[in-house]
Ligand binder design. Structure first.
Ligand SMILES: [Fe+2]
Length: 307
């Protein structure tokens, strides 16, 4: 019953109804509605009571440079993805749609994306032949339209490909896309910290070339002071999956959801297409008790079987 009322309340908040109308629609007193909003906040919903009205927040509140989402669940399920390179002719929207459907069935709570949402526009002229859309507006509108829509929120950062648009035309394409999609929440560019209950997560993209696929992740983790280290460090950019655990940090290098491009092939780069499914259990004080993961990989053969 409470779930049904919360869903109705969520619907009315999304419709930007004022508090009086919400009270009338739900047949509740204002303090009962405000109490429900507090419970929804504890469930991690981005809603708040401000200046006499119930509002939907576009982002979680940030304190000490960390976005904070309350959590009262004993178990959280996450899907970690990265480097979707939407608008590349080599994008794999079929895999992405399959993953979002599966996340819904698995009752995933949050999807985290560690950058390169779009393919962007570089100074390399041959990239034009690898793009479905070459303009800023084209890439923005295509991504708003084609990126899978979900009831599960996706928290994302911008990667170096997305940030090429800042150099090209001074505009942050991820911010622009997320403004037009309630289910996509933009945290910022390249590196951001998110805390869900007591679970600390860092999303990091990075730039430049690398050596062995594990090198950058190890080097980056070593540069974070011990007391600042998250439970989960999710990185992108390398287009290859890798996992390691050091002390209390589980490091997930998250590969891409894009086929190998002619540029990558000519440079001798390799990539793999995969994602991480991560389950987190909390103890009765809300502390992180266990983190377990499963890597799901894809190859070209799946194109026929998925859709
Ligand atoms: Fe990438």
């Amino acid at each position: 019953m409470e779930k049904e009322i919360k869903n109705k309340l969520k619907y009315l908040i999304n419709k930007k109804k004022d508090l009086l109308t919400i009270c009338e629609e739900l047949e509740l007193k204002d303090y009962e509605v405000i109490g429900l909003v507090e419970l929804m906040k504890q469930d991690g919903e981005l809603v708040d009571y401000v200046d006499g009205q119930i509002i939907k927040l576009k982002k979680p509140l940030k304190s000490n440079d960390v976005y904070k989402i309350p959590n009262n669940l004993e178990r959280l399920r996450l899907l970690l993805i990265s480097d979707t390179h939407i608008c590349s002719k080599y994008e794999r929207l079929d895999i992405l749609n399959y993953l979002y459907d599966k996340a819904d069935k698995k009752q995933v709570n949050y999807i985290l994306h560690s950058g390169d949402l779009t393919d962007g526009l570089s100074n390399r002229q041959q990239q034009l032949y690898e793009l479905k859309e070459i303009s800023y507006e084209g890439q923005r509108d295509y991504t708003i339209d084609k990126y899978p829509k979900s009831n599960i929120p996706t928290y994302l950062i911008a990667g170096n490909h997305d940030l090429w648009w800042v150099k090209q035309c001074g505009t942050d394409i991820c911010k622009d896309i997320c403004k037009n999609r309630d289910d996509l929440i933009y945290l910022g560019s390249d590196c951001e910290d998110l805390q869900i209950g007591k679970l600390k997560i860092r999303l990091y993209h990075g730039k430049g070339g690398g050596y062995a696929k594990s090198y950058k992740l190890q080097k980056y983790l070593d540069a974070i002071p011990i007391e600042e280290r998250p439970h989960i460090l999710q990185t992108g950019h390398i287009h290859q999956a890798f996992y390691m655990k050091q002390d209390n940090t589980h490091c997930f290098q998250t590969s891409c959801l894009q086929d190998l491009t002619p540029f990558e092939r000519s440079m001798g780069f390799s990539n793999d297409k995969s994602c991480w499914w991560v389950d987190i259990n909390f103890d009765n004080r809300g502390n992180v008790y266990s983190i377990n993961q499963e890597l799901e990989t894809f190859d070209k053969k799946l194109k026929k079987t998925l859709y």
